[in-house]
Design a binder for this molecule. Structure first.
Ligand code: AHR
Length: 498
């Protein structure tokens, strides 16, 4: 059908939780070492007191990241957190089993807390349910949060940190279902163990919020673990990466699988709550998402994906999903924040912003407020939405046509209630469309519209040390009631209400 967007600010979905623009810093590749932390930087780019890269922190600040997840990822499943505290010269080097490297432990819990403080972000710790014991987990929680006169709280004080960090978010293991995970478990075994961990952790600190280890939101693992854990958790985590295999349509339609996963996960949460007679809120923490082709950018080699315009459009579509699903997704962490499948690439000399940085920044800055239930008519994409090699793992969008429109849109009403902001991705590689945008029935907009556009002539255009071909262009245009979206483009339109 011909494209058309109809927006009624009275038709609200839910408040967009600012925490959907969160980040993730894993001990993986050059995310921490050589990324955000590089005390020996030869070009004086590091803060002499903390060792943090000043330029990296400045650019991350532009993204206004509310929460950072840490320390993994797969890394956490053989991580001994006790190795990463205290005098640095006494910290042991250890073999590292997720990415088969060596861990120096020069960056650990206290450095991460300092990083979060400087970023004005909240820390989120993922617990080791691989080699780690419940005793280790309780000790970590005590070290971070306790103000008692007990061993690990006193150890934190002895290490120079008198005040507890009050870490609110704790998750019960990472991808415990995955064959690559140290300590992989069957769903029932994990659920039983995580239940006991949750009980003990909340006894030590009832103020924390717990996150169960889910899969994609639409698997039997999710069903089984939610059924058992819903009474003791606050969020269920989901991970999903989309990949292109060189096919733009697959790249930009991939996030439809996440949208479908969220719809199914919401129902699984409802079911678990009904079965357990729960009134409390359980929502989704989508704590790993992004475009990642692990064949092109293998984890063992640091997963330094080099993104192009097509990937930037895929990221914009991902974020549209989170805004549309604001009722169920309350936290989402892009994986990851520096160098590793990241919007920022560093070298000892500096950094550049990848194509994906630009839609992410626009969303984090402007797509805040209340998500609106808009009506979108659009020409329909037909074809596969996941590449061959993951088809069996992630069953795409389940054939749901509403998730694969070429014109992909989300909209918010600003908190001040005087602006409507509309994020539009044209996922068609070759066709531009004129899209009428109607407001109403009882609202109208001013005569001009502010446009933030991410576009480039070639879908393969990317950013690098030789320049940023893909970035945001801003313009103010007279509003005529319709907008010409270029082929393969992203635009965020800001309308002022009359
Ligand atoms: O983000 C990279 C890796 O992807 C994480 O370590 C793991 O949890 C996932 O498989």
């Amino acid at each position: 059908s011909s494209p058309m967007i109809h927006i009624d600010p009275a038709r609200t979905i839910s408040r967009v939780d600012p925490r959907i623009y969160s980040g993730f810093t894993e001990h993986m590749g050059r995310c921490i070492y050589g990324g955000l932390y590089e005390p020996e930087n030869p070009n004086q780019l590091a803060d002499p007191n903390t060792g943090f890269r000043k330029d990296v922190l400045d650019v991350l600040r532009e993204l206004n990241v509310p929460i950072f997840r840490y320390p993994g990822g797969n890394f956490v499943s053989s991580y001994r957190w006790q190795d990463g505290i205290g005098p640095k010269h006494l910290r042991p080097r250890r073999p590292e089993l997720a990415w088969l490297t060596e861990e120096s432990n020069l960056f650990g819990t206290d450095e991460f807390m300092q990083f979060c403080k400087e970023m004005n972000a909240e820390p989120y710790i993922c617990l080791n349910m691989g080699t780690g014991t419940l005793e280790d987990a309780l000790a970590w929680l005590e070290y971070c949060n306790s103000s008692a006169n007990t061993h690990y709280a006193n150890l934190r004080r002895a290490n120079g940190h008198p005040e507890p960090y009050n870490v609110k978010y704790w998750s019960l293991g990472n991808e415990v279902w995955g064959p690559w995970q140290v300590g992989q478990m069957e769903s029932h075994d994990y659920a039983k163990k995580a239940f006991q961990w949750a009980k003990a952790l909340k006894l030590l600190d009832p103020k924390i919020q717990l996150i169960s280890c889910g899969e994609t939101g639409f698997t039997d693992w999710d069903r089984v673990t939610l059924k058992k854990l819903a009474p003791v958790i606050d969020y269920h985590s989901i991970h999903l990466y989309t990949v292109s295999e060189g096919n733009h349509a697959v790249n930009v339609m991939g996030p439809a699988a996440a949208e479908k996963g969220l719809e199914i996960c919401k129902s699984l949460i409802d079911l678990a709550k009904i079965e357990a007679g729960l009134e409390k809120q359980v929502t989704v923490c989508f704590d790993e998402w992004n475009v990642w082709d692990p064949v092109r950018a293998p984890g063992e080699k640091g997963a330094e994906e080099h993104y192009d315009l097509s990937d930037a459009l895929a990221v914009a579509s991902w974020l549209n999903v989170f805004v549309r699903k604001a009722d169920i997704v309350k936290i989402a962490c892009i994986a990851q924040s520096v160098n590793v499948i990241s919007p920022i690439i560093t070298s000892p000399e500096g950094l550049f912003k990848q194509t994906t940085f630009y839609p992410l920044k626009l969303f984090a800055t402007l797509m805040q407020g209340t998500s609106l239930n808009i009506h979108v008519a659009s020409p329909q994409y037909t074809g596969k939405t996941v590449p061959e090699w993951v088809e069996k793992l992630e069953n795409g969008n389940g054939g749901d046509e509403k998730l694969t429109k070429y014109i992909d849109v989300s909209a918010v009403l600003s908190d001040s209630k005087d602006e409507i902001r509309v994020a539009i991705v044209n996922r068609n590689a070759t066709e531009a469309y004129t899209v009428p945008i109607r407001f109403g029935p009882v609202c109208d907009v001013l005569e001009t519209v502010k446009v933030h556009e991410v576009w480039s002539a070639d879908l393969k255009d990317n950013n690098g040390w030789d320049g940023e071909r893909v970035h945001t262009v801003e313009k103010e245009l007279p509003w005529t009631g319709e907008y010409l979206v270029k082929e393969h483009s992203f635009q965020l339109l800001v309308f002022k209400l009359k």
